[in-house]
Design a protein around this ligand. Structure first.
Ligand SMILES: CC(=O)N[C@H](C=O)[C@@H](O)[C@H](O)[C@H](O)COP(=O)(O)O
Length: 245
């Protein structure tokens, strides 16, 4: 396990065994209105979350003044020439950090970015430019987790497990993958569980399997998706869950 600064260790200790709420809304979501992310964060604080996952520098700046709890920051940037969309450039990393994030989340898969580099290569660049920031590697499998930790990430999460060769709108967590990632990360870094955790029991199962903390998004902060989760089962799967949200 790599050495942590006191500030980094404090963040790791704060989130241990806790719930991190992903507070995100796109401008075309039915729930969107100015100030909505702050309201989500206030609700998560009320509900005893230990941290937040926030998209865009703009939203991070908005919520930073209302909490000292750890913020995982990212910036989703979708481009036509690459499937990599979670904080894909060093400029995006810089803006997320300057906005006040404590942890930077990046796509650390081995997919190719617009600049021709593999996504995980951004980790080395972040280590050079921002040696103090904690890095969370969003990956698809245990091989990518190992690769990201090797490159210098402090934490990994299977956030992108649905985005393989044939991206699928799977609507349940992949616990087997979590267990493999935990084994591959032993003694090298921390594992967060993330992706389709829909119930408290699934969060507990994640901790049992070795997750350091659990990130939950849609089930808590996206009522339209939670509605669709109910209705699609009730209409015998006539509707599908969207891949991106
Ligand atoms: C794949 C992707 O874009 N994930 C995003 C990452 O920031 C978020 O939209 C998710 O809400 C977050 O990962 C939590 O996952 P879930 O919402 O399934 O609990």
């Amino acid at each position: 396990m790599r050495e942590l600064t006191n500030a980094q260790q404090k963040i790791i200790d704060t989130i241990k065994d806790g719930l991190i709420v992903s507070c995100q809304a796109k401008k075309d979501d039915p729930i969107y209105m100015p100030g909505i992310i702050t309201k989500m964060v206030e609700s998560a604080i009320w509900g005893k979350a230990v941290g937040f996952r926030i998209d865009t520098p703009e939203n991070i700046k908005e919520v930073r003044p209302i909490t000292n709890l750890p913020i995982i920051g990212l910036w989703k940037i979708h481009r036509k020439d690459s499937p990599v969309f979670i904080t894909p450039t060093l400029e995006a990393v810089q803006q997320v950090i300057e906005a006040g994030a404590d942890i930077i989340a990046v796509d650390a898969t081995d997919r190719i970015k617009s600049d021709g580099k593999k996504a995980y290569e951004i980790i080395q660049d972040i280590k050079v430019a921002y040696p103090e920031i904690l890095i969370l590697a969003d990956v698809r499998n245990e091989k990518e987790a190992e690769q990201a930790l090797e490159a210098g990430a402090h934490m990994v999460a299977p956030t992108l497990y649905r985005f393989n060769e044939n991206p699928k709108s799977i609507d349940s967590p992949d616990f087997e993958m979590l267990a493999k990632i935990v084994r591959a990360s032993q003694g090298r870094g921390f594992v967060l569980m993330e992706g389709k955790i829909n119930t408290p029991e699934e969060a507990i199962e994640s901790l049992y399997l070795g997750a350091h903390a659990v990130v939950v998004g849609s089930a808590i902060t996206r009522p339209h998706l939670t509605t669709l989760r109910f209705s699609r089962k009730m209409n015998k799967y006539e509707s599908t869950m969207p891949l991106f949200y």
